[in-house]
Write a protein that binds this ligand. Structure first.
Ligand SMILES: [Zn+2]
Length: 87
């Protein structure tokens, strides 16, 4: 069992309450070549994705907003489980 910690406040995941699962993704613009960091959020908790590289975990909606603000992220996309390797 892997210990899951909130990437915003450091709280341990110790109940079955659903957390927010997201992952970092980098996108390179075809026109300018600039790299843009994007975070995506899954529509629910998928434990099989929780330990994949780039994944992060947030215990609440408040932490989700704080995390996004702190990181100055430009694009937040919510998506269903489509697999991390389909891009
Ligand atoms: Zn938190």
């Amino acid at each position: 069992m892997v210990e899951v910690i909130c990437d915003n406040c450091g709280k341990k995941k110790n109940s079955n309450r659903e957390w927010i699962l997201g992952y970092n993704w980098e996108s390179r613009s075809r026109t300018s070549g600039a790299v843009r960091r994007i975070i995506r959020f899954f529509d629910r908790w998928y434990s099989r994705h929780a330990t994949e590289p780039g994944a992060f975990h947030l215990c609440s909606q408040e932490c989700k907003e704080e995390y996004a603000n702190k990181n100055g992220l430009r694009v937040i996309i919510t998506q269903r489980d489509m697999g991390l390797h389909s891009y």
